[in-house]
Write a protein that binds this ligand. Structure first.
Ligand SMILES: [Zn+2]
Length: 536
């Protein structure tokens, strides 16, 4: 019987919406000082228990007509320490700065927006003025206006805070930091939202959105700045370095790479080391843990790969949790960045973006060698050397074969959609170098150099198209900051291709659905849970 083919992206949109609506009609009494103390205590506990996490910052500067002039990107890992305000350390190869916009930005200043006050927003230093109740993202919240007391030093939070009544935890705050009124404030206005993980039901920082329309000191003539800060990888605290080390000394992976074991499959050794690399990148919070999104992408792969003569019996797809549009392969695993998936406006565009990597696998092109001992160094050292980018010649061949895969598997209408996407990308890429031109680990999408066989799709695109050629950044892909599982939502109608738009700024409650077909045989998360349960 013929299977009904429901496009992958449409199927994901039909997933039950993750927000759970709380009962709305209970009569509540106003919060007491005891409730505020409990909230402050929970906030302090959060900063103590979640000291290490990944962070990325994406910025756009805009001109007077709100047209993007430049953008910048920065990613790293934060380590908060007791007694010190905070310390941030970042793997240098991933944190390459994009000048000149980034030269004006202090990343640590964005880290500060993840918490209202790392010293604790307690009643000794802040006035908490109760402002009623509000339902936000389905969560019943107390609203407070916070103002530092007069004796509190500059740099304290001032603004509005939402506290989930049921959990007595801050789930959203909006405002800025105080500064000397006689000088220009060095601080931006921001909205910081949190997410309740599907793993342990705890609220953790998720997104910060900044939209500053009138900068006191314009950057290169741009007085408008938009920025998004994302945080994730909070589970990595449980996955201590020792746990990461355990990945390599016990379990089936170690047995498979033992050189003294008889190897029957000629590719088995390579596959095992590649699997180890995928697992290491997952443990670092660089790759999403596989869930329904990755399972759906395998359907897109199946639509393109009609005949597989490669050494890979099965091709997996994983999502790189960074923003620049890029893709690469690790052995039989295709990796695409989260925003590359997010901007893909339909299955045809998703196929277009996956095709060069699939071609690389089908052509049996060699990969950059990966060695098991590489992963025994410190994460920063590993990341400095890590690259999966192809040579210009390799990229050209992948492109040619990718076009062949697309033409053989898609209707003329779908090819025109792909052409529209490429044409739109080519229009934006010069103004958005951090998104299009600076891949960190792999290959950029082929639109910016205007060459390459896949660009033959552009003339197929009609001048006027229905819908948008590409979605906005962050418009529908959501990420559980604790489990690192991504989900795709139904996108809003209001889309500005490849640009930051106002995100959903409500707190979000996740219900994660792990992949039905797990890709990591010994899931480090599950194994760690079995060894040492996280207690709250
Ligand atoms: Zn190749």
């Amino acid at each position: 019987m013929k299977k009904t083919i429901v496009p992958f992206l449409v199927r994901l949109w039909l997933l039950p919406f993750v927000t759970v609506v709380a009962p709305l009609c209970r009569a509540q009494s106003p919060p007491t000082d005891k409730d505020i103390d409990a909230t402050v205590w929970n906030e302090t506990r959060l900063t103590e228990r979640r000291q290490n996490f990944n962070i990325e910052i994406f910025l756009e500067s805009r001109d007077a007509r709100s047209i993007v002039q430049d953008n910048a990107y920065w990613v790293g890992r934060v380590h908060l320490y007791k007694g010190v305000h905070h310390v941030a350390e970042f793997p240098s190869s991933l944190a390459r700065l994009s000048l000149p916009l980034m030269s004006r930005i202090v990343p640590a200043g964005f880290v500060a927006m993840v918490f209202p006050d790392l010293a604790g927003p307690d009643l000794d230093f802040y006035d908490w003025k109760y402002g009623g109740e509000q339902i936000s993202g389905g969560v019943r919240c107390w609203v407070f206006d916070l103002r530092p007391k007069e004796a509190t030093a500059y740099g304290a939070f001032v603004g509005r805070i939402l506290v989930a009544e049921a959990d007595q935890m801050i789930v959203r705050f909006e405002g800025t930091f105080t500064s000397n009124p006689k000088k220009h404030s060095p601080y931006l206005h921001f909205i910081s939202v949190r997410a309740k993980s599907g793993f342990d039901g705890q609220w953790v920082p998720s997104n910060v959105y900044i939209s500053e329309k009138d900068l006191a000191r314009p950057i290169n003539g741009s007085s408008e700045l938009r920025a998004r800060v994302m945080t994730w990888g909070f589970q990595q605290q449980a996955l201590t370095e020792q746990a990461v080390a355990e990945l390599h000394v016990e379990g089936p992976i170690q047995r498979r790479v033992d050189p003294f074991t008889a190897v029957r499959d000629p590719h088995e050794f390579d596959r095992a080391v590649e699997q180890m690399m995928v697992e290491w990148m997952t443990a670092q919070g660089l790759l999403a843990r596989p869930g329904q999104t990755e399972a759906g992408l395998k359907g897109v792969v199946a639509g393109l790969v009609k005949k597989n003569n490669s050494s890979c019996s099965e091709i997996q797809v994983r999502v790189l949790l960074t923003t620049p549009l890029e893709g690469f392969t690790i052995g039989c695993t295709v990796v695409i960045s989260k925003e590359m998936l997010n901007v893909a406006s339909d299955d045809a565009v998703a196929s277009l973006l996956l095709a060069p990597m699939l071609a690389h696998i089908l052509l049996n092109h060699p990969n950059k060698p990966v060695y098991a001992d590489m992963l025994q160094a410190d994460a920063d050292e590993v990341l400095k050397k890590l690259s999966f980018a192809g040579t210009a010649e390799d990229i050209q061949e992948d492109d040619r074969k990718g076009l062949e895969l697309l033409v053989n598997s898609q209707s003329q209408g779908n090819l025109a959609r792909m052409g529209s996407f490429l044409r739109s990308a080519a229009e934006y890429c010069r103004r958005m170098p951090a998104l299009f031109l600076q891949p960190r680990l792999g290959n950029a999408i082929p639109a910016c150099d205007g060459r390459g066989p896949i660009m033959k799709l552009i003339p197929l695109a009609p001048r006027r198209i229905e819908g948008v050629p590409a979605f906005s950044l962050g418009s529908r892909l959501i990420l559980d900051p604790v489990t690192d599982i991504v989900q795709l939502l139904y996108p809003s109608q209001d889309q500005e291709p490849f640009q930051l738009t106002a995100l959903d700024l409500n707190p979000r409650q996740f219900v994660d659905t792990p992949s039905p077909d797990p890709i990591l045989p010994p899931d480090p998360l599950a194994r760690r849970r079995a060894v040492s349960p996280i207690k709250w």
